[in-house]
Design a protein around this ligand. Structure first.
Ligand code: SF4
Ligand code: SF4
Length: 281
């Protein structure tokens, strides 16, 4: 079972929910996959012992000038301007390549060779019974989805996998959420929160994944998120009020279920709610 935690915007408490849900459920066979590869921070709260690091690369074209006739077919098919064919020289801009493979297929001279571009690393660790995996995108690298897919490959079917997705609704988020059994959308009761929640709901609906909403700092704004959820028939799974002691503990990078029994009960209740909605006994 894969439960992903997402939000339409950053700063809503998505990672807090993901980390604390994993720790509250640590009696289960559980793993936490941090797919926010541009800014992974779940490890700062979980504080796992790391034991493995793997470099991740993607296939990019390298043109063999000996074979190339400069026909321009590879440049034509590339939608990302990653190839420039001049009368006497073939240029590749590997940072722009999205790895679609089109140029490899259309070259009549078999002049497009396979090269590798390092995009980041995947690191493995463990905190007590929780298996932890996160990706780190190389600084300056724009292609997050292949690295996110790599992190997702660590999901073990026999385990409950909690995925901390990147914020927003762009390609990296889709890569993180695809194949999830349930998505928790974390939001806050403000106009910005509601606007970005609506975008996130649209993305999750496109993927046809069941979802529910967690409203963080539920007592600091208005009730428009609840009204929207009711109109759209999306369950509000949990409402978390603001608590200064919790905020201070969060700022110190602590796991909240360790210091606040109420948080442990909230996370267990959240999971029971998800299971019942998925008809899992
Ligand atoms: S693999 Fe696709 S994106 Fe990359 S250079 Fe070739 S055609 Fe362009
Ligand atoms: S398709 Fe092949 S032969 Fe034509 S320009 Fe590209 S690399 Fe050269």
């Amino acid at each position: 079972m894969i439960v992903s935690v997402a939000s339409g915007k950053g700063g809503t408490g998505k990672t807090t929910i993901a980390v604390n849900l994993a720790m509250a459920l640590s009696g289960e066979n559980i793993q936490l996959l941090d797919c926010d590869v541009e800014e992974p921070n779940a490890h700062l709260f979980l504080n796992p012992s790391m034991h493995g690091e793997h470099t991740v690369s993607m296939e990019v074209p390298r043109i063999d000038e000996e074979k190339c006739t400069h026909c321009g077919k590879c440049q034509e098919i590339c939608q990302f301007n990653a190839i420039g064919i001049l009368p006497n020289v073939a240029l590749t801009f590997q940072e722009l390549c999205h790895g679609c493979g089109g140029c490899f297929m259309v070259c009549p001279e078999e002049a497009v060779m396979s090269g590798l571009r390092t995009i980041g690393t995947v690191e493995e660790g463990r905190k007590g019974p929780v298996d932890f995996v996160h990706g780190r995108l190389r600084v300056g690298e724009a292609m997050a989805p292949p690295l996110i897919k790599k992190v997702r490959q660590y999901a073990v079917p026999e385990k409950l996998s909690i995925v901390d997705a990147p914020p927003g609704t762009s390609c990296p988020v889709i890569a993180a959420l695809r194949g999830s059994d349930y998505v928790i959308l974390v939001t806050e009761p403000t106009p910005f929160g509601l606007n970005d929640l609506k975008l996130a709901v649209g993305a999750v609906r496109t993927l046809r994944i069941p979802m529910g909403i967690v409203i963080n700092r539920c007592d600091v704004g208005d009730r428009k998120v609840q009204e929207y959820a009711s109109r759209e028939n999306i369950p509000v799974l949990l409402e978390v009020p603001f608590d200064r002691h919790v905020a201070e503990s969060y700022a110190r990078g602590e796991v909240l279920v360790d210091g606040f029994p109420r948080w442990k009960e909230m996370m267990l209740q959240l999971f029971r709610e998800i299971r019942s909605r998925m008809h899992v006994p």
